[in-house]
Design a protein around this ligand. Sequence first.
Ligand SMILES: Cc1cc2nc3c(=O)[nH]c(=O)nc-3n(C[C@H](O)[C@H](O)[C@H](O)COP(=O)(O)OP(=O)(O)OC[C@H]3O[C@@H](n4cnc5c(N)ncnc54)[C@H](O)[C@@H]3O)c2cc1C
Length: 116
Amino acid sequence: MVGATEVTPNIEPFLCGNNFDLGEDGGLKVDDHMHTSLSDIYAAGDICTASWQPSPMWQQMRLWTQARQMGWYAAKCMAAATLGYSIDMDFSFELFAHVTFFNYKVVLPGKYHTWG
Ligand SMILES: Cc1cc2nc3c(=O)[nH]c(=O)nc-3n(C[C@H](O)[C@H](O)[C@H](O)COP(=O)(O)OP(=O)(O)OC[C@H]3O[C@@H](n4cnc5c(N)ncnc54)[C@H](O)[C@@H]3O)c2cc1C
């Protein structure tokens, strides 16, 4: 049996006077380029709330796979913004996919939950 519980975004250390827009689940809202509501501040992983219109086959779940994908994509967005390039959303946000730990051969593609 596998059980899981919620992950809560730990935003407290980053508030200290900063007026971030927050998502309903308490994370820092990010747009489709991982940009928060504050200029030049990006967020990725558990701390952020994806606030773009998601693809029908993707949802945010605070898992290591998404933290890695978001971190990688946020770095790409920061570099693009610095260089003045326009980039499209990364394809990893088209389809939800997750791989478990501990060498178990379990891959979860698409919306495997009953909700939605
Ligand atoms: C008990 C538990 C079980 C989980 N099991 C799974 C699982 O089986 N599979 C799965 O995919 N995901 C699992 N997760 C979720 C997964 O661990 C997270 O989604 C993932 O680690 C998020 O990565 P992150 O880089 O966003 O945040 P984190 O991995 O939390 O990294 C944040 C880092 O920031 C550091 N930090 C915090 N505050 C400060 C500060 N003020 N200054 C500097 N550094 C700071 C922290 O020390 C930490 O190293 C689990 C989470 C928990 C809590």
